[in-house]
Design a protein around this ligand. Structure first.
Ligand SMILES: Cc1cc2nc3c(=O)[nH]c(=O)nc-3n(C[C@H](O)[C@H](O)[C@H](O)COP(=O)(O)OP(=O)(O)OC[C@H]3O[C@@H](n4cnc5c(N)ncnc54)[C@H](O)[C@@H]3O)c2cc1C
Length: 494
């Protein structure tokens, strides 16, 4: 082998010595082509440092940005833009306080943003946030673990806040920072004047607002993005919600996820509010065949939700026979960027649920809405200082949301598929929690509440013990038959 390499090298040396001129030309051409390709790529990805719309060019009746929708994404974007000195219109079709169907679980990244805005302090002072400590999950074969995570994590992985309280506080905070919050302003259309570099946004009553940039933050149905041609599909996921009156149920934990095997990778969850009220919700996550959420469809949601309350061995026990339960409500989930062609264009950004920024495994989107809203604000402030709002500039927002959380969407989607096809994985995690206790529970909580990305599962100190746990579970369930299925009491829905 060494002789072969030696021979090849001496042949190459001989060739170079005999063809010096040709070799020099070849090397120069290759280097030139590489440098040109590098310069071209840099030019393509570079954000313009100067553009046609410096701050002083904004007409006095126009805004730097018109944000449509004052949910978590729109209001956070409005807050940070206003704090940075921009002139912002925040348009909301409803009047606050308004409800929003949600599981109300606010994950760590959102808690950090709320703290920075001063909203968390208001929620705590008004007893509107309940920080989770006691929690866990019930696996598809009924293996359960409930433990405490705060001590291991050093903080709560999430808190429960009713959206009727959260959204008004975030929106009013944006208004206090300087945003022009216009309630009862239902946007029906938006047109862009290319020559003036301005959007004209129209309400159902004919009122008009003009702005340099349009930010679509109108939620999972993405009506505005659909109307403008950026969104091409209806959302494919769905989730229910029902509040349960405090003092009428049997629950003494803060948050538990239940994974009945017939609706995997979807799950049901119970979160506790400060006044002992519960939020019960049932997430159906698109997976498997087109139009399906595993083995079930969106149309199965009401039956699954109501059956779970009445007959699921774990959920019905936690809720109890005398619970006073609100009737089921439901709303769409647009997960992992589903149906969106892009999230940026000339003078335009799409954020939050409107962009499909919900985790494709957990169905959680408050934190991604807030992180994306903040990233959009920071990108827009940078563009405002250069005066360039072209596609070349607005794409910096997309690069940022991908860096923050979008890079994890593929792993969440893959995880949903794996859990759907191999429920034993969740059984193994629950068994491992029973063996190792709160330290394992805390690791799981970190990943599920986005303190860590899903790729954390691939790190050796998590992947190796999990791999061993799956093998152990397989032997217990399939070889020795020592594990009984506690979830076999309900029939698989047709
Ligand atoms: C049942 C359910 C349970 C969920 N549970 C959780 C959970 O526990 N934790 C979690 O993190 N996420 C959860 N999610 C997801 C979460 O609710 C969303 O990701 C989050 O609300 C996204 O915020 P957003 O600001 O992008 O959109 P939204 O909160 O939907 O806000 C959009 C706003 O735009 C307004 N709007 C709409 N159209 C117009 C218009 N034409 N003109 C003006 N205003 C308009 C709406 O009134 C609304 O205020 C759940 C979702 C559902 C459906």
């Amino acid at each position: 082998m060494a002789k072969f390499v030696e021979n090849a090298l001496s042949k190459a040396e001989k060739f170079v010595a005999e063809n010096k001129k040709e070799v020099a030309i070849g090397a120069a051409v290759t280097t030139g082509a590489l440098l040109a390709a590098y310069a071209y790529r840099r030019a393509q990805s570079a954000v313009p440092s100067r553009g046609p719309y410096p701050v002083g060019s904004l007409p006095s009746d126009a805004y730097d940005a018109v944000i449509v929708g004052a949910g978590p994404s729109g209001s956070v974007c409005a807050y940070y833009m206003s704090r940075g000195g921009a002139k912002v219109a925040l348009l909301e079709k409803e009047t606050f306080p308004r409800d929003k169907y949600c599981g109300d679980a606010v994950c760590t990244p959102a808690i950090r943003i709320l703290e920075d805005m001063g909203v968390l302090q208001e929620l705590v002072a008004n007893n509107e946030a309940h920080f989770a400590d006691a929690g866990g999950f019930v696996s598809p074969n009924g293996t359960s673990y409930i433990g405490v995570s705060k001590a291991k994590l050093g903080e709560a992985a999430c808190c429960a806040v009713k959206r009727i309280n959260l959204d008004i506080r975030v929106a009013k905070n944006a208004a206090r920072a300087g945003a022009d919050l216009k309630e009862k302003f239902e946007v029906t259309g938006a047109t862009f004047d290319k020559a003036a570099g301005l959007w004209t946004v129209t309400s159902a009553t004919g009122t008009v607002v003009r702005g340099r940039v349009l930010v679509c933050a109108d939620g999972a149905t993405s009506r505005l993005a659909t109307k403008l041609g950026y969104c091409t599909e209806a959302p494919k996921g769905i989730c229910s919600r029902a509040f349960i009156e405090g003092g009428t149920h049997n629950t003494n934990f803060d948050g538990v996820c239940f994974y009945p095997k017939w609706s995997l990778p979807g799950y049901a969850a119970i979160f506790r509010h400060p006044n002992d009220e519960l939020n019960f919700c049932y997430y159906l996550i698109p997976c498997g065949k087109e139009g399906y959420c595993g083995e079930v469809k969106e149309s199965d949601l009401a039956r699954l939700h109501n059956d779970a309350i009445k007959a699921d061995p774990f959920i019905s026990k936690a809720i109890g026979p005398n619970a006073k339960i609100e009737r089921m409500r439901a709303a769409s989930l647009r997960l992992g960027g589903q149906g969106l062609k892009t999230t940026f264009d000339d003078h335009l950004l799409i954020i939050g649920d409107a962009a499909g920024h919900i985790d494709p495994y957990t169905g959680e989107g408050i934190h991604t809405a807030m992180m994306g809203g903040k990233a959009a604000a920071e990108s827009l402030l940078a563009m405002r200082s250069t005066g360039d709002f072209s596609k070349q500039s607005t794409k910096q927002y997309e690069a940022e949301w991908r860096r923050l959380y979008g890079h994890d969407f593929w792993m969440s989607k893959a995880f949903a598929e794996v859990v759907y096809r191999f429920p034993i994985l969740l059984d193994a995690v629950a068994s491992e929690m029973q063996r190792k206790g709160d330290s394992m529970m805390a690791k799981w909580a970190e990943i599920m509440t986005n303190m860590q990305p899903k790729t954390y599962f691939l790190r050796p100190h998590v992947a190796i013990p999990l791999g061993i746990a799956v093998v152990r579970e397989f032997i217990d369930q399939k070889v020795l038959g020592t594990k009984k299925d506690n979830y076999q009491m309900l029939p698989m829905p047709k």
